[in-house]
Design a protein around this ligand. Structure first.
Ligand SMILES: Cc1cc2nc3c(=O)[nH]c(=O)nc-3n(C[C@H](O)[C@H](O)[C@H](O)COP(=O)(O)OP(=O)(O)OC[C@H]3O[C@@H](n4cnc5c(N)ncnc54)[C@H](O)[C@@H]3O)c2cc1C
Length: 442
């Protein structure tokens, strides 16, 4: 969702003049808004603590739960001050303001704590998908609770049989009266341990080609039939999970989109996922979501911490990191505006997603080159320098999460550049007849 093409067209922003109108058609005074934001943040929020960022330090489960509880409080503080859901329509508890307002809030948040773990995937892609495909009843039920921090959402997409081929989902939903019964397993679910609801892709029809037999459901995570198992990541964090679904009952009122129409939802779901760094639904200081080593000034700060600010080799590396971050920001803006104006297809979002992960990977390498051996073997009191090593362990995650870079390259070549489609042995065949290995759990 971008300027000029907001959640439901409620707010607009002129790309040429930078002028903005609220959903009520009022023109806005961004400086007055900035003053209000500053006053609220100064009075209510604590300074941000980089040690609580999960990619820098593995947090104990107990501390993670405490941090999440505080983030829910912070979300509530923002909501009570009229600073949550700035670009969400007022009808659903939002503010009906503009992406320019969201940018102001994000900029002012930089020195403060903010509800980091509540943003991705709750606000994007889940809230984005609910706004686009949810029924009126679903939106009224869930969006206000998301904005107050009561509901944190996860994406139940990837399965043990594979995550790249989303349309090959094996988790099955069978209709029984007004309910659906779900069975299967999802995996790599970020933050399921402490979240409340999930958007789940399931197979509802095995007798049609794979893309035509899928349906999306909303399901509460704490209910009989759902087992959630944390998975320890390379850096020691346990925010990833695998879920086992056994005869989980979901009312039809929790269906998102049409029966067997899940792929239509999924295509837009992936668009929201690829654009999330650019989304006005997300509250996050600029650059923060890329991790400690990818911000505009992060490499310089790393070089300073390593005592290498005057070292010519280090200066080259800092320059490279700075250049990459600048190009990434400009590319993101260009894609955002191009898609909003209809000059680029939605699929172009894959270009930004691809470049973003390349920048993340190279920036992490640069940070490691700057700190040298400390990044490979650090002591507890190495602080900033040791955090570079922990970040390096997570270097590949940005190339996999949200769809791999290989899949992004496929989208760019086939959907953006119009090159021939990859050979697919399952095209046009009823999914039941597609040869496959044994399911993860029979
Ligand atoms: C940080 C992080 C967060 C995540 N969060 C979530 C989440 O919240 N919810 C969720 O559902 N999933 C999540 N995932 C899972 C992620 O979406 C999957 O890992 C990803 O889609 C790849 O699926 P896979 O791991 O099963 O690999 P596979 O699909 O098995 O692919 C294996 C390898 O083959 C390559 N490959 C596969 N098909 C092709 C092809 N057609 N052309 C070229 N190469 C191909 C892939 O690029 C990959 O390198 C997360 C992953 C990470 C790292």
């Amino acid at each position: 969702m971008t300027p000029g093409s907001t959640t439901d067209g409620a707010t607009t922003e002129s790309a040429t003049t930078g002028g903005a109108m609220t959903e009520a058609g009022e023109s806005v005074d961004l400086e007055a808004f900035r003053e209000r934001v500053r006053a609220v943040l100064r009075a209510n929020l604590r300074p941000g603590d980089p040690n609580l960022l999960s990619w820098r330090n593995p947090l104990s489960e107990e501390l993670t739960l405490q941090v999440v509880a505080r983030e829910r409080e912070v979300q509530r503080i923002l909501y009570d001050a009229g600073l949550a859901g700035l670009c969400v329509p007022r009808a659903y508890g939002g503010q009906g303001l503009t992406p320019a307002h969201q940018r102001v809030l994000n900029e002012e948040l930089a020195p403060y704590e903010y509800p980091m773990r509540l943003q991705i995937p709750t606000f994007e892609p889940c809230l984005g998908v609910i706004l686009e495909f949810g029924t009126e009843e679903q939106k009224l039920r869930h969006i206000p609770r998301i904005l107050t921090g009561e509901e944190v959402w996860v994406q139940l997409l990837s399965e043990p049989s594979g995550g790249s081929d989303l349309a090959g989902a094996l988790t099955t939903a069978v209709r029984e009266g007004d309910d659906w019964i779900l069975n299967g397993s999802k995996i790599w679910t970020t933050s399921a341990v402490w979240s409340d609801w999930g958007l789940c892709l399931a197979r509802t029809n095995w007798d049609v080609p794979k893309h035509r037999g899928l349906t999306v459901f909303m399901l509460p995570l704490r209910q009989p039939g759902i087992e959630i198992h944390p998975i320890e990541m390379l850096n020691g964090n346990k925010e990833f999970c695998q879920e086992f679904l056994t005869d989980v009952v979901v009312p039809d009122s929790c269906r998102v989109g049409e029966v067997d129409g899940g792929w239509e939802v999924c295509v837009r779901w992936m668009f929201h996922e690829r654009m999330l760094h650019n989304s006005p639904l997300v509250t996050s200081p600029p650059g923060a979501m890329l991790g400690g080593s990818a911000g505009l000034t992060a490499a310089r700060d790393t070089a300073r911490a390593a005592g290498r600010l005057t070292d010519p080799t280090a200066r080259d590396l800092v320059g490279e990191a700075y250049m990459l971050a600048l190009v990434k920001e400009e590319l993101d803006l260009r894609v955002r505006d191009g898609v909003a104006a209809g000059a680029m297809s939605d699929q172009t979002a894959a270009v930004g997603r691809l470049f973003s992960s390349m920048v993340g990977t190279r920036s992490t390498d640069i940070a490691l080159e700057l700190v040298g051996v400390t990044g490979a073997a650090w002591a507890d009191d190495d602080g900033e320098l040791g955090a570079v090593g922990t970040s390096f362990l997570m270097r590949q995650s940005g190339s996999i999460g949200g769809g791999t870079v290989e899949m992004a390259r496929n989208v760019v070549s086939e959907r953006v550049l119009g090159m021939p489609r990859e050979l697919a042995a399952d095209r046009g065949i009823a999914f039941r007849d597609v040869p496959r290995g044994r399911p993860a759990r029979e």
